[in-house]
Design a protein around this ligand. Structure first.
Ligand SMILES: [Zn+2]
Ligand SMILES: [Zn+2]
Length: 123
């Protein structure tokens, strides 16, 4: 897949605005897809998480159509572990499809971002 840096807002941990960001992949969102962008620093952080997941032998090919709460680690801001998480979608990083899981408060936070970025998405 061809990737291009564009200027935009980082959707991951730093929450920076007007940065060079890369499209990571579509995140499943209320039956649709929302684009996920991240800056270089956060992509590095994601890649180190990815390596951790690969080392632990977790599946990197989830079935994103199945949205179910499952015990896991939140990949977003709170960084908590072993709590109910939902599969948000997959990002592409370091040549792997990476499942992105998040807890409910972080999903709410991302939802606010989605609605801010895509004002036409019905709330
Ligand atoms: Zn960032
Ligand atoms: Zn969280």
């Amino acid at each position: 897949m061809r990737r291009q840096w564009t200027t935009g807002d980082c959707w991951l941990w730093c929450e920076g605005t007007a940065l060079p960001v890369l499209w990571l992949g579509p995140v499943l969102w209320e039956g649709g897809h929302a684009p996920l962008y991240a800056c270089q620093r956060c992509i590095r952080r994601l890649e180190s998480k990815v390596r951790g997941v690969l080392i632990r032998g977790a599946s990197t090919s989830p079935a994103p159509e199945r949205q179910q709460w499952a015990q896991g680690d939140c990949w977003l801001w709170c960084q908590r572990i072993a709590l109910p998480t939902l599969l948000l979608g997959t990002a592409e990083s370091a040549g792997h499809q990476v499942p992105l899981y998040s807890c409910e408060p972080c999903i709410q936070r991302l939802e606010d971002k989605v609605h801010a970025a895509l004002p036409y998405v019905p709330a």
